[in-house]
Design a protein around this ligand. Structure first.
Ligand code: HXC
Length: 515
């Protein structure tokens, strides 16, 4: 064979791969989905993708599979760049045996995961798979376990992202669950450990795919997913956006994005944000967008546990992760879901050198039988644990209520916050006025001639003495009381002063987060 013939041989193989199975591709596209290759093209910088293992084929010879051995099998893998930064990618190809995971498919994925870990670059999975390839039995299960192991050993080493872009079942959901962020596409993507048909057989329950594991379910109800987007293109664009907030790996800093927004910009709007009445809500996202560079805030888990707000912004060009109580939703109370949501985000930021900004306005942990029986003690402890363990720059701003245990938990000075600032509207105390007066003056009120008048008098005394930031400022628990309009400038200076912060936890195998 001469050189031209050899070149033609390669071209022919390439064409076979790129043409795929036109009928299956048409069906896939008719369902509103991009193909694996189109997804990769939209995700990466133009022309940057280097495919690997294009010609690998599965080696299963059971159930007639020896007749169906397409080049590349059911996954496309390789590396490329996003805004010039290296990333590793794998994209399930649903048009090949439903994107199901053969042993060879798993080996292809493991190869790029190993490269990502070794070369310190994020790994992005574009998931669209029916799970373990049934025809391969335990060889496929083993392949999943190989991937899970890599998800775990890469956790905290390189950022891992999962885009769910089709029906994902079985192992195809557990690997994403081990990664840092999950983006789901509405109406075309699903996540479940097993689908409606099996559920009907096992429990006789009728449930649709959408209800069981659609984007709404996992974003609003289960908290499995972090983002919900209308289509594939939006998912890929969001992925590129997310990359602007994260570093390449645990040893690198986040990118700095130039801004013309002055670091000392005055935030006039914040002076009138907190209402005079402690029971009246305001939107904490107004604080975040007012302070953020160019007012830009990328919210994470927007629909889940809305009493706490988490997400990314930039101050002076640098990434900051924000964790904020939301007075607009259940008065910003900390419950089980909010605690877990906050804790996981804090740990991501801490693992990847993203400074934390905590905005505190919280009446406390949610009391009640449901929460106690659900384990609020254990779950609330996760948030406390995460803040206490975090060694990245940590700055807290108390805007209003900082009551009880929630004062301690929400990144207080005592658990290594670098700076605690408070607005003059801050109320830092064991509890609110009504509750406090009822307890400490119970006997006096019971014996009073005019209990209503006495209660009002005692309430006023308590509010004047305790519901302010000044007792905490007197003790050094609050570093400075600031006017709201100064917030951006103060935070910008604070984070700048922490750029070279060094803090470490004692050496040990690992901590024991109360799971
Ligand atoms: C082999 C599979 C497959 C699988 C789908 N296909 N899933 N082949 N193994 N796991 C094939 C189908 O036979 C079909 O082939 C093609 O892919 C497209 O699938 P359809 O069913 O036609 O598509 P759709 O109607 O969109 O339904 C998609 C689906 C469904 C919801 C994913 O296929 C399904 O429920 N699959 C099984 C899901 C499952 O229970 N997996 C769990 C595996 S156990 P043809 O030739 O007809 O085009 C597991 C455990 C791992 O993963 C360990 C975890 C800890």
């Amino acid at each position: 064979m001469n050189r031209d013939e050899k070149f033609a041989g390669l071209t022919e193989r390439n064409d076979t791969v790129l043409n795929g199975n036109p009928k299956a591709i048409q069906k896939h596209q008719d369902a509103g989905k991009l193909t694996a290759r189109e997804r990769i093209d939209q995700l990466l910088d133009a022309g940057s993708f280097q495919e690997l293992d294009r010609f690998r084929r599965h080696d299963c010879h059971d159930f007639g599979m020896e007749q169906k051995r397409p080049l590349g099998d059911s996954v496309v893998t390789g590396f490329g760049t996003i805004d010039g930064r290296l990333v590793y990618v794998f994209a399930h190809d649903f048009t090949v045996v439903g994107g199901s995971l053969s042993k060879v498919h798993a080996q292809k994925v493991c190869k790029v995961m190993d490269m990502a870990a070794r070369n310190g670059a994020p790994i992005i999975g574009l998931n669209d798979s029916g799970g373990a390839r049934i025809q391969e039995g335990v060889a496929s299960l083993g392949g999943y376990a190989d991937i899970f192991l890599r998800n775990v050993t890469s956790s905290g080493l390189v950022p891992q992202f999962s885009l769910i872009m089709g029906p994902c079942a079985g192992g195809a959901v557990y690997s994403p669950a081990l990664t840092d962020f999950i983006i789901m596409v509405q109406k075309t993507s699903y996540m479940f450990i097993t689908g409606p048909e099996v559920i009907k057989t096992v429990t006789n329950e009728d449930v649709t795919k959408e209800e069981l594991g659609g984007a709404d379910t996992h974003n609003a109800l289960s908290g499995v997913a972090h983002f919900s987007v209308p289509d594939d293109a939006a998912a890929l664009a969001l992925m590129r956006e997310l990359m602007t907030f994260v570093p390449q790996n645990n040893l690198e800093e986040t990118p700095v994005i130039a801004t013309t927004d002055a670091a000392d910009r005055v935030c006039e709007d914040l002076d009138t944000l907190v209402p005079d009445s402690a029971n009246q809500p305001y939107d904490v996202k107004d604080v975040i967008t007012s302070v953020a560079d160019d007012g830009y805030f990328l919210e994470v888990q927007q629909e889940y546990a809305q009493n706490i707000v988490i997400g990314f912004l930039r101050i002076d060009g640098r990434s900051v992760g924000v964790v904020a109580n939301q007075p607009m939703f259940n008065a910003g109370v900390l419950d089980i879901n909010a605690s877990v949501k906050g804790a996981r985000f804090v740990r991501f930021c801490d693992a990847f050198n993203i400074p934390l900004w905590v905005i505190e306005d919280v009446p406390g942990f949610l009391p009640g039988k449901d929460q106690e029986h659900g384990g609020i003690i254990r779950h609330g402890a996760k948030l406390l644990f995460a803040f206490a363990e975090a060694t990245v720059p940590k700055v807290t701003l108390i805007t209003r209520k900082a009551y009880g245990g929630a004062y301690c938990v929400m990144n207080s000075k005592h658990i290594r916050a670098d700076f605690n600032f408070a607005w003059p509207t801050a109320e830092i105390a064991v509890m609110g006025g009504e509750g406090a007066v009822n307890i400490i003056y119970r006997k006096e009120l019971a014996n009073a001639d005019n209990p209503a008048e006495l209660r009002q008098q005692r309430l006023q005394e308590y509010q004047d003495q305790f519901l302010s930031p000044y007792l905490a400022a007197d003790l050094g628990y609050v570093d400075a009381v600031i006017f709201p309009r100064e917030t951006r400038k103060v935070l910008s200076n604070a984070f700048a002063s922490l750029n070279n912060k060094r803090d470490r936890n004692p050496d040990k195998k690992h901590s024991n987060l109360p799971l």
